[in-house]
Write a protein that binds this ligand. Structure first.
Ligand code: UD1
Length: 336
């Protein structure tokens, strides 16, 4: 079945005009926003997804404007075939969530480490010009010292951050050894429209918004004073597009924080969301989550200097846009 699919893909590549951008995790939260931006710019996009967490609805109107393939990153042969003819790769595909990786480290390891390796091998063989990789702020762990700078060592706690760091190391290795240009973007808690809100592994922002809209009581794990550098998705899109085309001497083989450079606690975030949604219940607190990072705050000067990254959408504006989007999606009226 797989073999036939790969042959079909190869045949299509020969016949069709070749797409230049490959997005892995194309139907996912961040991948689909990148797709919107690239298609809007008139670029040609090929997208891969195994639809384990990605959703076809995220691609909506673009479904027929991109070259979409159902491929699992663990399928080395299919991934390599998909890389053929590509110039640039945006590697967003991963099995996210710290708690998921604590519960089932093998499955997330296979997607996040083996999958990233398969992608790099495919990109190297296909002579791709550059790969931009979705790395994670969780790499910094709980070491002292804020804001987080890329020069700090990594101290991953849970399997998920360890896997994402492994991906960074592979990215850097492929640059050093094979000259494949790679750039790692450490995302700091990206949020916005299309983040899965209803899974036990959902990011806190989407999860709380849906719970408040449905009149359910969100639970804050711990005392709620843990802080995050929550970053609206448009900022991550901007960072990817800039990093993809910046001078190689400024970015190749390097790691950059992508964030807003502000820390907001969960208690603050809860109050703001509750205000936007007219949710009047006080937060409830539960036990701390295993593998959780206490605080997260980025220094974003490296990305600003290397490729002119400046967050365009601040935290509160991002919250408003996100709530507005979910309200529309759920058909629930909010006070936005
Ligand atoms: C981590 C990474 C992030 C990455 C993400 C991928 C850090 C600092 N960030 O996010 O960059 O994109 O993994 O999955 O490591 N919480 C509650 N109640 C809930 C759900 C969550 O209180 O119902 C709390 C969590 O305990 C945590 C915070 O909200 O303290 C954020 O959790 P979550 O949204 O899952 O993201 P991180 O694990 O911080």
């Amino acid at each position: 079945m797989r073999g036939r699919f790969v042959d079909k893909l190869k045949g299509e590549q020969a016949e069709n005009s070749v797409a230049h951008y490959l997005i892995t995790g194309v139907a996912g939260f961040i991948g689909s926003h990148l797709t919107d931006a690239l298609v809007e710019r008139g670029e040609t996009v090929r997208g891969l997804d195994n639809f384990s967490t990605g959703r076809i609805e995220n691609l909506a109107a673009l479904r027929h404007r991109i070259d979409l393939h159902e491929i699992d990153l663990r399928d080395a042969r299919a991934v390599a075939a998909a890389c053929e003819g590509m110039d640039y790769v945006l590697h967003q595909g991963a099995l996210p969530s710290v708690p998921r990786s604590v519960k089932d480290p093998r499955t997330s390891h296979e997607s996040n480490v083996d999958g990233t390796f398969n992608l790099l091998e495919g990109a190297r063989m296909a002579k791709v010009k550059r790969v931009v990789y979705a790395a994670s702020s969780s790499a910094y762990g709980n070491q002292p010292g804020f804001p987080r700078r890329e020069t700090m060592c990594v101290e991953p706690i849970a399997p998920y951050p360890a896997q994402k760091v492994m991906g960074e190391l592979y990215m850097q290795s492929f640059w050093r050894v094979y000259g494949l240009e790679t750039v790692c973007l450490r995302y700091f808690n990206i949020f916005g429209p299309r983040q899965v809100p209803d899974s036990p592994y959902s990011g806190v922002m989407a999860k709380f918004i849906l719970q408040m809209m449905q009149g359910e009581q969100p639970i804050i794990f711990g005392d709620g004073e843990q802080g995050r550098d929550f970053t609206y998705v448009d900022n991550a899109v901007q960072a990817n597009l800039l990093a993809m085309h910046a001078d190689a001497e400024k970015v190749a083989g390097r790691v950059f924080n992508v964030a807003c450079g502000e820390r907001h606690t969960l208690n603050q975030t809860y109050r703001l969301l509750a205000g936007l949604l007219g949710f009047d219940r006080e937060p409830e607190y539960g036990p701390e989550r295993a593998g959780d990072v206490q605080n997260s705050l980025a220094d974003i000067t490296a990305a600003a200097e290397a490729f002119g990254y400046r967050p365009q959408v601040g935290f509160e504006e991002g919250l408003r846009r996100t709530v507005e989007w979910y309200a529309k999606e759920q058909g629930v009226r909010s006070r936005v």
